[in-house]
Ligand binder design. Structure first.
Ligand code: ADP
Ligand code: MG
Length: 269
């Protein structure tokens, strides 16, 4: 079911999203007023990136935007050193995942910048050093913002939500299942934004692989309503912010109850 709560965070101060422990906000944007548009975190994050001449938002930034738009993401916190990383892992709860945060590294795994399933402070500490080391080897002059410590999302069926600006149709939302379904079988559905909940449901149920989300064989049943909400909120986000050229929530873990975005990328025009 769609959450139509219209409470909005009128953030007067400017908390740094990267440096605060993730707090799930009690909001899902529906109608955004002009005032909210000028006050929200999303605008501040986008403006900051523009000011710095960056087109690709950091994962911390993309996930903060997702959070503001009611798109669930893994708990995360930015660490600047090993000690901070271990303390944050304690706070988030084990196991955790560590990831490089650098404006110069878009595909983090390619750079040896993702280490999953860390179970102790000692493992976190070792992974922190390894990630920094790998990043420097990958690109010696890479600007390193820090290392993201995040909750490890339990494995489940992976789905993908995307958005592009089609030259002909404009902002378009995409839905598919992760892995071979997108890469090999191109089993994805597109709709021009803005989309309704009915559109979103069709995007999901008209996939060839839809039976998998219904628990085909041993696949876990997916919470379709949670995926509908993510699609509608993504549509709202790209309609509110036409400067978003590309959005990629890949993967999102689909659970029996709820869903969680594990990686988020946003590219500006
Ligand atoms: P990139 O796409 O930039 O290489 P990702 O953040 O997608 O990096 O991480 C690579 C892979 O690691 C993901 O596709 C997912 O399988 C796994 N992964 C990353 N973060 C998490 C997490 N928080 N919980 C569980 N698995 C994760
Ligand atoms: Mg990814």
């Amino acid at each position: 079911m769609l959450n139509t709560n219209t409470n909005s965070p009128k953030t007067k101060e400017n908390p740094q999203p990267q440096q605060t422990i993730f707090k799930p906000p009690n909001i899902t944007y529906t109608n955004t007023t002009e005032e909210e548009k000028t006050m929200n975190q999303t605008v501040k994050i986008i403006n900051q990136a523009k000011k710095e001449g960056r087109k690709a938002l950091l994962e911390t930034e993309a996930k903060s935007i997702c959070t503001e738009y009611g798109i669930p993401v893994t708990k995360f916190n930015l660490a600047k050193n090993e000690k901070e990383a271990a303390a944050q892992a304690d706070q988030i709860g084990y196991p955790v995942v560590l990831k490089i945060v650098s404006p110069d590294i878009i595909h983090k795994s390619d750079a040896g910048g993702v280490v999953v399933n860390l179970k102790t402070p000692a493992e976190v500490s070792i992974a922190f050093k390894k990630i920094i080391d790998n990043a420097t080897k990958y690109k010696s002059d890479a600007k390193i913002v820090g290392v993201l410590v995040q909750e490890m999302a339990p494995q489940s069926t992976e789905v993908i939500v995307g958005a592009i600006k089609d030259p002909q149709f404009g902002q378009t939302v995409m839905f598919g299942l992760g892995g071979i379904f997108v890469e090999l079988l191109k089993d994805v559905n597109f709709r021009v934004a803005p989309i309704t909940a009915e559109d979103a449901k069709e995007m999901i149920t008209q996939l060839k692989a839809y039976p998998l989300l219904k628990g085909y064989r041993n696949a876990p049943v997916a919470d379709i309503d949670a995926l509908v909400t993510i699609l509608c909120n993504t549509s709202r986000l790209i309609m509110d912010h036409p400067e978003i050229k590309e959005l990629d929530l890949n993967p999102i873990m689909a659970y029996v109850k709820g869903a969680k975005t594990v990686d988020a990328r946003i590219i500006l025009e």
